[in-house]
Design a protein around this ligand. Structure first.
Ligand code: FE2
Length: 303
């Protein structure tokens, strides 16, 4: 029972995926309660102050170019490039997964590799400048605006993405989805520019809003996930609901937008909104600082 009051999202959980409780509208209630608590926390901690912050609140997404002063950025970029090179010298980039399956990591002294399908995610331990990034005052305000909570600096990495061949091993992160049932944040601070062919982040503007159409969709997906649990279909029990483009259009959402950006750009997204990793030319790479801020949804105290 305890799990329904946590961030637990997978329908393989006996309470989250409970058929009787879901018939009583539990998923709908969790989504609505989490949103109300998030708003309450936000009201305790932060108010919108400028156009970028308003953009994040209105669209669920913001890309801020020239985020750091030039000298500060150059020092951070040098540190990240050196860390990336050291990791690559210690462990050359693998072509194909040695460890199969989403979420399984291949650990090393410098960090770890994880494949999503054919896409390599290399997470490298941050140096001192990269580790200090989440303490940036402007960044901290954006993290609070999404969740009402301060982001832990421990959840940050230097993140290299190496795009794989989709025709060989498909990457589930390239399907539109929302991460979980409540407002949570991911950020990428791009060290190198991201071109169209590098697989830019794709987001559906405004899709973080809980409209009546969205709530109905949430309930429909929860019903399908409960059914998948009954049928023991493991893929169907995921709590990161997938969505087709036609479904988004039927909900009145605008076209998805890809965001190629120059280096020194901070991208912040509320990943309750629909998003995916963009299509890319195999072998291309992206390098960023990255963090995932997913505080417990039912804790009412902001911080
Ligand atoms: Fe995601």
């Amino acid at each position: 029972m305890y799990s329904i009051f946590t961030s637990m999202k997978v329908f393989s959980d006996p309470w989250v995926g409970h058929p009787g409780l879901n018939r009583l509208g539990m998923h709908r209630k969790r989504v609505k309660a989490a949103l109300a608590i998030c708003r309450f926390r936000r009201a305790q901690t932060v108010r919108v102050r400028d156009a970028d912050e308003q953009h994040l609140m209105d669209h669920g997404f913001v890309a801020i170019e020239n985020f750091l002063p030039d000298e500060e950025f150059a020092a951070l970029r040098n540190e990240c490039h050196a860390a990336e090179e050291a990791a690559r010298t210690a462990t050359p980039l693998p072509d194909k997964p040695e460890v199969w399956g989403f979420g399984d990591s291949d650990r090393h002294d410098w960090g770890f590799d994880r494949f999503d399908g054919g896409t390599l995610n290399r997470f490298i331990k941050p140096g001192p400048l990269a580790a200090a990034f989440p303490r940036n005052a402007q960044f901290k305000r954006l993290a609070r605006l999404v969740t009402g909570k301060t982001m832990s600096p421990r959840r940050n990495w230097i993140y290299q993405t190496v795009n794989g061949d989709e025709t060989e091993i498909p990457d589930q992160q390239r399907e539109f989805h929302r991460d979980t049932f409540f407002n949570c944040m991911k950020y990428w601070f791009f060290i190198d520019p991201v071109r169209e062919e590098d697989g830019p982040f794709v987001y559906v503007p405004g899709s973080h809003k809980l409209t009546p159409e969205r709530l109905a969709w949430e309930e429909k997906k929860a019903e399908a996930a409960v059914e998948a649990r009954v049928q023991k279909d493991h893929r169907g029990m995921t709590g990161s609901f997938r969505i087709e483009e036609e479904e988004m259009a039927a909900m009145g959402l605008p076209e998805p937008k890809a965001y190629p950006v120059p280096g020194n750009t901070l991208v912040v997204a509320n990943v309750f909104g629909f998003h995916r990793r963009g299509d890319a030319v195999p072998g291309t790479r992206r390098l960023s600082l990255y963090g995932n801020h997913r505080p417990q949804p039912f804790v009412p105290i902001g911080s």
